[in-house]
Ligand binder design. Structure first.
Ligand code: ADP
Ligand code: MG
Length: 753
């Protein structure tokens, strides 16, 4: 049985309207009903004209001041000029025509004092804002097609829809009426079970749609919106709960700790660890250890403040699994990071990582590196070590997922530093072993709770909030790019630090000075990981302001620094995504060893790179980076006992939003505080988009931050339903809504791929 809401719009509203609506991506009755008004105009309350932005498509409620037709002198044809006002500001309207006839019709309608809705793209002509050829509809006028007055109800809010130049807000409103009015409850599937609605106190779906699309008053709008928001959260949380429940029913191999006293990699490792574990590391470690010992797959998200020591936690989990006869895979977002992990693991493990080799420990194992750019021979041997089980730990990038990598007995997958690791990839990974491997996802960026619930809602979460004791912390200072004295002082500071045996990072947004824009520098990185600044809203203000100095580039800055008197005699290294993997490794190694103590790089050092001797970070064009990215970058310094210094070089003007972001960085190093601030400053979709694209489109009304309580409540209700009815057999409409959402996500995923 197809419901009314699945019907194509052509049938309901006719070809012309349907075609126009299709341009907004609306194909079915249901699509149109989910195209919610952006805001509401109240009759008598005019739109604030001062807030219109040139270039935007706007729908404005305003009052006509005057309208006159005249013949143009310079050109053939006639012109109607009108002025509309919100009582304060004016907006001019212009209409051109060959003859005056058509324009007189408009003139007659646009009587001074009449109010109406005017819709068009805001332009500017000689300093005055205007709408050229706006569409308009006036209070009390009959609609020609339906004989219905669109703005008749002087007391009711008028929905203003996201519109376009091909279809105006009121045409959408009219189409919505046509499809909405005849509907009955049976025509509209309601994914919210009756008892949930009753418990939470929410209207049915159709009632809510009426409140949102044809409200009697603004209170109704709020009630309707609340119900629809709850529904979005509920469907999403039910999907996640189902995913959790399914995974929890899967079989996994239990990988218990070795009995006390029995030798093993983990005990050896703990004994040789050069520091004490923090309390947090111990607690999270115990949690993970217990879950690994269970025959159900662990599905855990470990959130950790930058520098809180997640790697050690992951490593200990991996060793428990290897001790129990399994293998562990560690997935890193970049090749630089994968290579670093291999180095760290081999160093920390010492002879324990030389299993099967002369001089290796008896119960030792091997750590293999497997990335996309490996040479044929190295690759073959790594694949062999993974397949034979010789390598207990296999470290790699996405190549580990996308290629035909075989494991002898994959017991644990650790995903490091990836808030961009989506549900699809998680599923692909779980399908790798014969039984589901345990899964530990680690995020580098602290994420607000509800974002975690939304994006990683299929995982249990733990957090590491402490950083190990004895860290001196990082001081952050904003440096005006044009101030020669400050810049000189910056390089002196670098010199001083290097003189004390420390290292300095210098980060730039571009690689080549002649790259026009902060180009995508995906280079040989795995798809989706850039090491240059995105031009979009996530990376700071959009690129392309005409009067800015060009962004600084790695190669140019490196050359300059080699000439700088303050840095004479210092080796300056370079690192970016377009370098060959072997060269990147070499550059990192020379930096880590102190041979080249100054490293000029792109954001390729953003996540995870760990050189404890690094104490200074200079970030050029710092305003071009997002807050979380700056937080990550800054996390690279001050990791040892010596105090860190982060210098944010920027020409952002005081009082600008860019300067506000940088000032926030100078005030706090608390990742959660910065993450919240970041959310406030960004659009919601970007947050989710950055975290995991695909979600944003199914969240139409839900606002992840403001709706935190609602999301919690929805999660509880959805969890309850799924717990008693995991297949949702008793609530087919909820099951269908989840399927529809997955289809949409799948589609987007495929489009992106
Ligand atoms: P992140 O959580 O950012 O990934 P890392 O795992 O890279 O942090 O750890 C940062 C640094 O702190 C590493 O050099 C690591 O060896 C060190 N470290 C980890 N745990 C401790 C601890 N308990 N005490 C002292 N240093 C630690
Ligand atoms: Mg790390």
């Amino acid at each position: 049985m197809t419901r009314r809401e699945e019907e194509k719009l052509v049938k309901a509203v006719g070809t012309r309207s349907a075609n126009a609506l299709a341009k907004l991506g609306l194909e079915t009755v249901g699509d149109l009903l989910s195209h919610y008004p952006r805001r509401y105009a109240e009759p008598g309350q005019l739109t604030d004209i001062a807030r219109l932005e040139v270039g935007e498509h706007a729908t404005v409620m305003a009052r006509v001041e005057h309208a006159t037709v005249r013949t143009m002198r310079a050109r053939q044809g006639a012109l109607l000029e009108a002025t509309i006002t919100d009582g304060q500001q004016r907006l001019s309207l212009t209409f051109f025509a060959k003859g005056k006839g058509a324009l007189f019709m408009f003139e007659k309608r646009l009587q001074p004092g009449v109010t109406g809705l005017f819709s068009g793209t805001v332009g500017e002509y000689r300093g005055t804002r205007q709408l050229a050829h706006p569409d308009f509809v006036l209070m009390g006028e009959q609609d020609l097609d339906s004989d219905e007055a669109l703005l008749e109800h002087a007391s009711k809010p008028i929905p203003i829809y996201p519109a376009s130049s091909t279809i105006s807000s009121w045409k959408i409103q009219q189409a919505v009426r046509v499809v909405l009015d005849p509907l009955t409850d049976d025509d509209v599937a309601d994914p919210l079970p009756v008892e949930v609605r009753a418990r939470v106190g929410l209207p049915g779906r159709l009632a809510a749609l009426r409140m949102v699309h044809r409200p009697d008053h603004l209170g109704a709008v709020r009630t309707g919106q609340h119900r629809l928001r709850f529904e979005e959260a509920f469907v999403l949380q039910a999907a996640l709960a189902q995913r959790r429940a399914r995974a929890a029913q899967q079989d996994a191999t239990a990988r218990p700790l070795r009995a006390p006293g029995q030798a093993g990699l983990l005990t050896d490792f703990d004994t040789s660890l050069p520091f004490e574990l923090t309390e947090g590391q111990r607690a999270v470690g115990a949690e993970i250890s217990a879950e690994l010992a269970s025959p159900r797959p662990m599905q855990r998200l470990l959130q950790g403040e930058v520098g809180s020591g997640k790697t050690v936690v992951a490593l200990r989990a991996m060793l428990q699994v290897v001790d129990a006869g399994g293998q562990a895979a560690l997935l890193a977002p970049t090749e630089v990071l994968a290579a670093q992990h291999v180095r760290t693991l081999r160093t920390l493990l010492g002879p324990l990582a030389e299993g099967g080799l002369l001089g290796g420990a008896e119960h030792g194992t091997r750590v293999a590196l497997l990335t996309g750019s490996l040479g044929a021979a190295a690759r073959k041997s790594a694949l062999l070590e993974a397949a034979s089980g010789q390598a207990g730990i296999v470290v790699g990038t996405h190549a580990l997922l996308s290629e035909h990598v075989q494991f002898a007995d994959l017991g644990l997958v650790v995903v490091d530093e990836q808030h961009r690791f989506g549900v699809e990839q998680r599923d692909a990974l779980r399908a790798k072993g014969r039984v589901a491997p345990h899964l530990l996802v680690m995020t580098a960026t602290p994420i607000p709770r509800t974002v975690a619930m939304t994006v990683f809602g299929d995982l249990e979460t733990s957090a590491l909030t402490q950083v190990p004791a004895g860290r001196a912390g990082v001081t952050t200072v904003r440096v005006p790019a044009a101030n020669v004295r400050w810049m000189d002082r910056t390089w002196e500071r670098v010199r001083e630090e290097v003189g004390k045996g420390q290292r300095a990072y210098v980060v730039c947004p571009r690689i080549h000075p002649d790259d026009a824009a902060p180009a995508d520098d995906a280079g040989d990185f795995e798809a989706g990981y850039d090491d240059t600044v995105p031009a979009g809203p996530g990376g700071g203000p959009g690129a392309g302001e005409p009067d800015r100095a060009p962004l600084r580039a790695v190669l140019e800055v490196a050359d300059e620094l080699r000439e700088r008197p303050q840095l004479t005699g210092l080796e300056v290294g370079v690192l970016h995504g377009q370098m060959a993997p072997a060269d990147k490794d070499a550059a990192m190694a020379r930096f880590a060893s102190g041979e080249a103590p100054v490293l000029v790089s792109t954001t390729v050092v953003e996540v995870g790179v760990d050189v404890p001797e690094a104490t200074v970070m200079v970030i050029f064009d710092a305003d071009r980076f997002g807050i979380s990215q700056l937080h990550q970058l800054r996390g690279r310094v001050g990791r040892g006992a010596a105090a860190g210094l982060c210098l944010l070089v920027s020409d952002a003007e005081d009082g600008s939003p860019a300067a506000a972001r940088l000032d926030a960085m100078t005030r706090t190093t608390d990742g959660f505080e910065l993450a919240n601030l970041d959310l406030e400053l960004r659009r919601e979709g970007d947050v989710l988009g950055a975290a995991q694209s695909g979600r944003s489109s199914s969240l139409r009304l839900l606002r992840v931050v403001q709706d935190a309580d609602l999301i919690e409540q929805a999660r509880k209700e959805a969890g309850g339903i799924v717990a008693t009815d995991p297949d949702l057999a008793g609530v087919p409409e909820l099951a269908a809504a989840i399927r529809a959402q997955l289809d949409e996500e799948q589609e987007e995923f495929l489009e992106r791929a």
